[in-house]
Design a protein around this ligand. Sequence first.
Ligand code: SAM
Length: 215
Amino acid sequence: MNFTAARRRMVQTQIVDRGVGDKLVLAAMRTIPRHAFLSQELWAEAYQDNPLPIGYGQTISQPYMVGLMTSLLELQGTEKILEIGTGSGYQAAVLGALAAEVHSVERIPELAASAQEKLVALHFNNITIHVGDGSLGWPEAAPYDGILVTAGAPVSPPGLPEQLKDGGRLVIPVGEHWRQILQVWIRGGDGFEIKEILPVVFVPLKGAQGWQDSD
Ligand code: SAM
């Protein structure tokens, strides 16, 4: 299979044609091998227009979601970014290609370890994976220029916007268990402008400020 051609097609038909125009995001997604973050049996499907299983009941997000959410951070290359929900590590790689420093938190240790291994193999040295409850953010490395949450939260966890720098952006799916609205929070001093982008479907954000296991 010609992965390079498949990636170019993916970016054009799934991302550009749906209105994402951030050239830096598009270039990163034409380069980063999504298949390398999946088990080999799924490589033939790696550039299709959907999420795919990565084990433990979790998924790698649809490429369009990765492109759209990343573009909403409006990265220039100098930023420190927090991702919540490392999963396969693919979104972290896209962020790592576009920002100066990336922290990514995953609650399932096995997924964190596998993502870490893949990112090292691809020579990303500006991404640190942490195991923990990302519904609390990652205060140790705060404040961030951007926070990207790749799981759906019942409400935006109160501690997250506080971990943004002034002018920083939080991109987060908020809503029901399997149906959310993608929101962008932009910090201006002690206040926040909140924009609603579109309806999305993400796996639940679990944890102290997310869904409980009993939900
Ligand atoms: N960004 C991922 C990628 O590129 O493959 C996709 C993430 S998947 C849709 C959501 C991830 O969020 C899952 O791996 C899940 O275990 C993780 N997650 C859910 N709740 C979490 C929490 N409180 N803290 C950290 N990770 C969490």
